[in-house]
Design a protein around this ligand. Structure first.
Ligand code: URA
Length: 224
């Protein structure tokens, strides 16, 4: 194996600096009740990154994202539909500290944590981002349109592809239809990764422009 080049080493130390900054962050009230910061886990050079909402009880206890019931489902679907394990992708959240009693993260908490997520995206530089649920999808796509309207396609976003899908917790609540939707979205994301990493036999699914969001916004009840 050849030694890592200086650019890779620089990126790795920047990533560790970011982790250290996040782990000592006190920018919002969530720092007061956290057990630990859940920065993210996986391969910081991954082509594929998943972004969820925020840590739950199990994540707060272990310091790792998606290790509770939702995470077990995510692991399973990632394996079955993409042939991947959590070590070969990167997994992070919109907020890095657990909201008390698993309440929704507040706008000011999301805003305070946003620079950590943006820097993670910059340093990991994934080819494809899968947003899990409303919070990450609306934040990254800068829209109020809900996940049920957004999902089902891939969007060109910040020089990469963004594939919004339902949060695994919604699949646990919603059953078969929700599960089928997430499966289809994960297959879509993997096809784009394959294509972008040079598999010429892969047919690339359509990646639509974010401007098409305005069409979705016209649909009544679009913010669910
Ligand atoms: N739900 C999330 O959005 N993130 C986690 O890490 C766990 C559950």
């Amino acid at each position: 194996m050849s030694p890592p080049d200086s650019q890779t080493q620089g990126a790795d130390s920047a990533f560790e600096e970011l982790r250290a900054a996040a782990e000592s962050c006190t920018s919002c009230g969530l720092c007061e009740q956290r057990t630990q910061v859940v920065f993210g886990s996986g391969d910081p050079h991954a082509d594929l990154m998943f972004i969820g909402e925020g840590p739950g009880a199990e994540e707060d206890r272990t310091g790792l994202p998606f290790v509770g019931r939702s995470g077990k489902l995510l692991d399973r679907l990632m394996g079955e539909e993409m042939g991947l394990t959590r070590d070969s992708v990167y997994i992070a959240n919109v907020v890095k500290c657990r909201p008390p009693a698993n309440r929704d993260p507040r706008p000011e908490e999301i805003a305070a944590c946003r620079p950590h997520l943006e820097r993670q995206l910059e340093l990991i530089d994934p080819k494809v981002v899968v947003t899990l649920g409303n919070f990450s999808s609306k934040l990254l796509m800068d829209t109020r349109i809900g996940i049920t309207k957004l999902r089902g396609r891939a969007y060109a976003w910040s020089g990469r592809a963004l594939v919004p899908t339902l949060h695994p917790a919604a699949v646990l609540r919603g059953g078969g239809d929700a599960m089928a939707m997430v499966r289809a979205d994960l297959v879509r994301a993997q096809m784009i990764v394959n294509r972008s990493t040079g598999d010429p036999s892969e047919t690339e699914p359509a990646v639509v422009d974010l401007t098409e969001l305005s069409e979705l916004a016209d649909v009544a009840g679009a913010n669910r």
